[in-house]
Design a protein around this ligand. Structure first.
Ligand code: SF4
Ligand code: SF4
Length: 183
């Protein structure tokens, strides 16, 4: 998967600057995520599409017979459950080898990316929601809007695999109805 929490927030900030630079000569120009395909984005723009929700850092269960994938509220052992940041993003594959790096191809291939995921939204030709840091300018809005996993998970370090089914949840696959705050 791509940058999580901390990295995403840093990237969001720099990407906003980058987007501003890109659009500087034409202030009416649409922001980069409305103009460019995933393949056309530069690394900074790409990383900034991650809203830092950490939904993709949750464990999933797959039905071997039907292939159906369901979410659990069990978070990767490297996830900081409050901030939704990966505790060791640069070295994560030393500990979590199946952490999937996202690129345009995988984004278009994976069936389980959350419907709120910035990469999925753009791949499907949709716009980012008001709470995405690139839109709001505030990395906290993904938490304020109840999109992130903050405060809603347990760590896989504490849960035996045979108990995972007890933690199946639907919210990571849903888009909550959440209004942009006034002002
Ligand atoms: S689900 Fe998408 S937007 Fe959310 S943390 Fe994962 S890659 Fe980023
Ligand atoms: S290692 Fe775990 S916490 Fe870190 S980015 Fe991958 S899934 Fe998320």
């Amino acid at each position: 998967m791509p940058l999580q929490g901390k990295d995403a927030r840093d990237a969001a900030a720099s990407a906003q600057q980058d987007a501003a630079l890109v659009s500087a000569p034409e202030t009416e120009e649409a922001p980069f995520w409305k103009r460019l395909t995933l393949e056309e984005m530069n690394p900074t723009q790409w990383e900034s599409l991650c809203d830092g929700c950490a939904r993709c850092c949750l464990n999933k269960l797959e039905d071997w017979d039907t292939g159906e994938i369901v979410w659990t509220a069990i978070a990767c052992e490297l996830l900081d459950e409050d901030t939704c940041r990966c505790r060791d993003y640069p070295n994560r594959h030393d500990f979590v080898p199946d952490c999937i790096p996202l690129d345009p191809k995988t984004v278009r291939t994976l069936t389980w990316l959350p419907p709120t995921c910035g990469y999925r939204l753009i791949a499907e030709g949709r716009d980012l929601y008001w709470w995405h840091p690139l839109v709001s300018g505030d990395p906290e809005t993904v938490h304020d809007a109840g999109i992130s996993t903050s405060g809603r998970t347990v760590s896989e370090s504490d849960i035996p695999v045979e108990e995972y089914e007890e933690f199946i949840v639907e919210w990571p696959g849903q888009i909550p109805e959440t209004e942009k705050p006034e002002g």
